[in-house]
Ligand binder design. Sequence first.
Ligand code: PEP
Length: 246
Amino acid sequence: MRKKLVVGNWKMHGSRAANAALLSGLKELGPWSADVAVCVPFPYLAETALALTGQAVGLGAQDCSAFEQGAYTGEVSSAMLADLGCRYVIVGHSERRAYHHESDQLVADKAKAALAHGVTPIVCVGETLAEREAGQTEAVVKRQLAAVIHTLTHCIGEIVLAYEPVWAIGTGLTATPEQAQAVHAVLRKQLHAATQKSDAMRILYGGSVKPDNALQLFAQPDIDGGLIGGAALKAADFAAICRAAH
Ligand code: PEP
């Protein structure tokens, strides 16, 4: 039995005051039986780590460098994330793949760098609307995951995978539980061929998860929780989604 995981992706939102209000709201509404984490913008990691002291909510970042250290202006290493107490880092979010032209290989290298410092990468895969309509969903997600499997080899069992159809992110369009489950099953099968740990690995769904659709999504056999964007910015909504993951 896999313990569910719900991760809030704050993206480029927040301020010190807004974060404090959100985190204290979560403190009042928790704890939950699922594992819960928030992935916050880099400048707020240290303060969020302090605010979460003594709470069961894990800390995460939204990206990391593939490099260890050095002359990479603007980059943040996974060693730095570990130093700040991060348990998770999102890699390969579709917004980074699209706006920063991150390749499958770069995403895999970032996942490897994170694992090297004990930070669990939450590796995102997902197809665009055009790819879905062209019947390429399976091929796209399998290609994205294959690069990670190839790069991490025997460590692949240590990642968290997130299926995030690009057409469902921030659009209000959610994959139906059946659509999501079908892709999760494909991904689980691919993981199964790569590692004996596949049954223990968590595959999250992300894409317009809300309090009113979370329960049905999380009831699917291969959906082990969610990666939550917009709804993670409201304490009551995020808490309701965390409650739905049991
Ligand atoms: C995300 O950014 O990972 C995401 C799933 O966003 P939203 O929940 O807003 O669709």
